[in-house]
Design a protein around this ligand. Structure first.
Ligand SMILES: Cc1cc2nc3c(=O)[nH]c(=O)nc-3n(C[C@H](O)[C@H](O)[C@H](O)COP(=O)(O)O)c2cc1C
Length: 193
């Protein structure tokens, strides 16, 4: 049974991008699973509107979407928000209903309100009737030693020794990818896809 998962994200200085690649790696550990990776570019925003509407057509065919953005001023970056606003066309007919959703974000601070960005992603998912998937990892009790920052809504990361992703945040992203892929594969099997 083949499963396709989208990862849509913005990244300016590559940290969120590094997390996206780890999530992709984690997703693709499951056989017959492919990824549609889209890094939002500034030039895709024309007069304030996200203009790559072909991406929305492509996302119609995925089973799950993982949303990513750096945390800017306690929320997603404007570039991601422009993409989210463009999905309002799909909202009217709930075209993403039943797809799985998850999210990831990076900030410069250990607690720079990254959780608010994940809150926004889950609100976006709920607006579309999607099914939000977080982490099943109790910080401090998890033998895998992931989820360093203790947020179960998704992957929160912070800058580490300059412009790097902390290795534990990277492992957490990889794990979220595996979890999304497994859950989506189960959903699709139950639906008889
Ligand atoms: C406009 C702006 C606002 C920011 N606001 C926050 C913030 O609220 N919390 C935080 O922890 N970091 C904040 N940062 C830092 C970025 O989230 C951080 O540098 C992030 O790692 C960048 O991700 P990227 O490498 O994927 O572009 C902000 C950076 C910018 C440019």
């Amino acid at each position: 049974m083949s499963v396709k998962i989208g990862i849509v994200y913005f990244s300016q200085t590559d940290l969120t991008h590094a997390l996206a690649l780890k999530i992709k790696q984690g997703i693709e550990t499951l056989p017959e699973t492919s990824t549609l990776l889209h890094r939002i570019q500034g030039k895709e925003i024309v007069e304030g509107r996200f203009a790559t509407l072909s991406l929305l057509d492509q996302l119609a065919n995925v089973d799950a979407i993982v949303f990513g953005s750096p945390t800017y001023m306690g929320g997603p970056a404007a570039q991601f928000k422009a993409f989210a606003d463009a999905t309002s066309e799909l909202w009217c007919n709930q075209l993403w209903a039943g797809k799985v959703a998850a999210g990831f974000t990076c900030g410069s601070a250990l607690n720079g309100d990254q959780g608010k960005t994940l809150d926004y992603f889950s609100t976006l998912a709920n607006q579309h009737g999607m099914i939000w998937l977080g982490l099943d990892s109790a910080a401090g009790y998890d033998a895998r030693k992931i989820n360093r920052l203790g947020c179960q809504a998704g992957v929160t990361a912070s800058e580490y020794e300059g412009n790097n992703v902390h290795p534990v945040d990277s492992d957490t992203a990889y794990y979220l990818g595996t979890r999304v892929a497994k859950v989506v594969a189960q959903f699709c099997a139950n639906k008889g896809n």
